[in-house]
Design a protein around this ligand. Structure first.
Ligand code: PLP
Length: 399
């Protein structure tokens, strides 16, 4: 016997973004005016009608266990949303409500993976994917989305990375961190690849409503019957309705997979919070005007931010069409020096910005793309203006 700990748990990588966030908090606590581009959540408050639904739930005693996979009322509301917005037909027995989208993803991989199964993750990727896959005994396989292709992967690349052990592909559109969206044509090609190789596709559609400039979000499961059978569609309320703290996410899948996930969830967490489920019903079925207002505001900030960055030296970014991030290429600066010292990594770039200019940005090493940073526009336009002008000053110091 010995007091060794779980190797799997110890292999979990603490997020590098935390270091920057901690530094930003420390500076703020000292009364320093920090501009934070790190935010991965909307700056808006949860809309009032949604909060009121939660208050009513409490006042009416809706505070007990619900079915482990969520209430029938919420599952039905999710089905209606899938039907109307995504053009996908699911019945309530195909829906599992979980404690946030991240929990939904965790359930998915626990339900489909056996030890050693490979999961293809296009990079840049949301930093939790590899960890979630490894915690479910899977092996991440990374495929790099090239800048020239809008950071998206091609079917040729996917096919080259596919082996006997490939079990699933993760598809995140609109993407965190790039803000890119896969077109219908691209999705059709990916669907063909998935069906031909007989694997699953886990479609993370968390940002499906945050789409701008006449672009359209298309759900891969809506394309045809064959891809529908192999897709697990994951979404949630956090980003769309400014409900990050409420923790409600959901999946649409085959009944068979939904049953496995409900079983796992029934032992691991039981039902998601009953009050938050009532609030989620209101979010999905009630007045949508607050959400539409948030989308318009994000769009205005997005345009401002992209134009401003495009006018700056040594940094560039493709125009994002979805989510609330600008993915900026800082590769030129990594060859340059600040106060006589070469910068070299995006982590160092971010460290200088927070320490000398009080601006927090996310270095994308843990997103699988070292020479880029992620800037969130889930902050006010005034903050964006101030933060970008500080970054501009920093860039002018580079030799
Ligand atoms: C925020 C996010 C999620 C999960 O959000 P929850 O807060 O767990 O609902 C999932 N995928 C991506 C890409 C995200 O950015």
């Amino acid at each position: 016997m010995s007091l060794t700990l779980s190797r799997k748990a110890q292999a979990v990588k603490p997020s590098s973004t935390l270091a920057i966030t901690a530094k930003a908090k420390e500076l703020k606590a000292q009364g320093i005016d920090v501009v934070g581009f790190g935010a991965g959540e909307p700056d808006f408050d949860t809309p009032e009608n949604i909060c009121n639904a939660a208050i009513s739930a409490i006042n009416s005693g809706f505070t007990k266990y619900t079915p482990a996979s969520g209430t029938n009322e919420l599952k039905q509301a999710v089905c209606n949303k899938f039907e109307k917005f995504n053009n996908i037909h699911y019945t309530p027995d195909q829906i599992v409500i979980s404690n946030g989208g991240k929990h939904s993803l965790t359930n998915v991989f626990q339900a489909i993976l056996n030890p050693g199964d490979e999961v293809i993750i296009p990079s840049p990727y949301w930093l939790s994917y590899p960890e979630i896959v490894m915690l479910a005994d899977g092996e991440p396989v990374f495929v790099r989305g090239e800048q020239e292709n809008g950071y998206k992967v091609t079917v040729e690349q996917l096919q080259a990375a596919t082996t006997e052990k490939t079990k699933a592909l993760i598809l995140n559109s609109p993407s965190n961190p790039t803000g890119m969206i896969y077109s219908e044509e691209e999705l059709l090609a990916i669907a063909d690849y998935v069906v031909k190789n007989d694997i699953y596709v886990v479609a993370d559609e968390m940002y499906e409503y945050l789409v701008y400039d006449g672009n359209r979000h298309i759900s891969i499961a809506s394309l045809n019957e064959e891809i529908y059978k192999r897709t697990i569609t994951v979404s949630g309320l956090a980003k769309t309705y400014a409900m990050t703290g409420w923790r409600i996410g959901y999946t649409g899948s085959s009944v068979e997979i939904a049953k496995l996930m409900s079983g796992i969830q029934s032992h691991q967490t039981s039902n998601p919070n009953s009050i938050a489920q009532k609030a989620a019903v209101e979010a999905l079925t009630g007045d949508q005007s607050s959400m539409e207002m948030m989308v318009r505001e994000f769009d205005a900030r997005r345009k401002y931010m992209h134009e401003k960055i495009s006018s700056m030296h040594h940094i560039s970014a493709k125009e994002p069409y979805g989510a609330f991030y600008v993915f900026a290429d800082i590769s030129k600066t990594l060859e340059m020096s600040y106060k006589g010292k070469k910068i070299e990594t995006s982590a160092e770039f971010a460290r200088i910005l927070i320490e000398d200019y009080n601006v927090a940005v996310i270095p994308c090493t843990d997103f699988g793309y070292d020479d880029h940073i992620r800037l969130s526009y889930a902050i006010s336009i005034e903050q964006i203006e101030e933060g970008l002008s500080r970054i501009e000053k920093f860039l002018m110091e580079l030799k």
